[in-house]
Design a protein around this ligand. Structure first.
Ligand code: BTN
Length: 325
């Protein structure tokens, strides 16, 4: 019942009386009051004014099953989903579920992660109620080798979604999202496969949204959408924007079966290209200039002696003041 009342409140931009809610839903005014209290308890910001009634304050930023269901406008990605108040890591949860039951496009969203995982064995810290952590399970037909391209197009989707919201985001190869020289999003792609076949891929995404302060350790490198724009965003809206963009680009990627059609656009969003970089890869540390990206999604580095391509690794871009980000 509380969500029926919520729906009514969402449809009305003015106050709506307890009597009117009661009549519409065929419940007593005291039942209305009890359910409004429940909604307040789970975080909805509802104004109650004597003789006027109730009004939902549109600034409520709430993640729950109901909000996700209402907000997602995608066709397939996230149509089946699980919302968790807390988990160790949405990627780990996705793996556990994928042993048996998940479909292509299954989404896991958590309000809190206790052991969020980052790339290269790092951890990913998550601020309760300020940020967004989710994982998408994919069951693609392409070969395990194409996974590099998938991580790149995921970054592109997020970058494009942010730009549509007026945020000046760039990609740092392979898929960090950078705003004003600092990282706002991390993507961790994990795969379960055989030599020629992918069982499933998990694309885990962490977005710093309304975080206001980072620890001393992270301050230099990390940022949030709030810090860069001065605006608070509803996490549910960001989730919807990112998933819509991802659905489109992923659909087109699986249709084409290659990264080649995305190359130009990727390069235009990527701040490494043409810049001095330092790459720590299997070949060791390479200093050079990022010359471009190959049609397999590898970063092409032009070092002083020859051309070298790398598939994965840690790449830093040299800023004008000599610092690397
Ligand atoms: C990085 O190191 O940049 C990648 C960070 C990825 C973090 C996300 S948050 C959701 C998903 N679950 C995890 O444990 N990690 C990813």
């Amino acid at each position: 019942m509380k969500y029926k009342i919520l729906e009514l409140l969402k449809q009305n931009t003015a106050y709506i009386s307890g009597e009117e809610i009661g009549k519409t839903l065929n419940i007593t005014r005291s039942a209305v009051w009890k359910n409004i209290s429940k909604l307040k308890e789970i975080g909805y910001n509802i104004d109650s004014v004597t003789n006027k009634g109730y009004m939902l304050n549109s600034s409520s930023d709430i993640l729950n099953e109901y909000e996700i269901k209402c907000a997602l406008k995608t066709k397939n990605i996230g149509k089946d989903f699980q919302f968790l108040k807390e988990t160790d890591s949405t990627n780990e949860e996705a793996k556990r579920l994928s042993q048996s039951q998940t479909k292509n496009g299954f989404l896991i969203v958590a309000e809190n992660q206790t052991k969020g995982k980052g790339r290269l064995g790092n951890s990913w810290s998550h601020s309760y109620k300020a940020n967004l952590s989710f994982s998408i399970v994919l069951k693609p037909n392409f070969l395990p080798n194409d996974i590099t391209s998938l991580t790149l197009i995921t970054g592109m989707a997020i970058c494009k979604a942010f730009r549509k919201l007026g945020i000046s985001a760039f990609l740092k190869w392979p898929n960090d999202i950078i705003i004003n020289g600092k990282k706002a999003v991390g993507i961790l792609t994990e795969i379960s496969c055989e030599i020629e076949r992918i069982n499933y891929v998990i694309v885990g995404i962490g977005i710093n949204i309304n975080e206001k302060n980072f620890s001393e350790e992270l301050k230099e490198k990390a940022t949030s959408l709030f810090i860069e724009t001065g605006k608070e965003f509803k996490r549910i809206d960001i989730l919807n924007s990112v998933l819509l963009e991802f659905e489109e680009i992923y659909g087109s990627f699986t249709e084409h079966g290659s990264f080649e059609p995305f190359l130009k656009e990727y390069e235009s969003l990527c701040l490494n290209i043409g810049k001095k970089i330092k790459a720590i890869s299997k070949q060791g540390t390479i200093y050079g200039t990022a010359a471009g990206v190959s049609d397999k999604g590898e970063l092409i580095i032009k070092s002083d002696d020859n051309n070298i391509s790398i598939v994965s690794g840690e790449v830093s871009v040299r800023l004008q003041d000599g610092r690397y980000i």
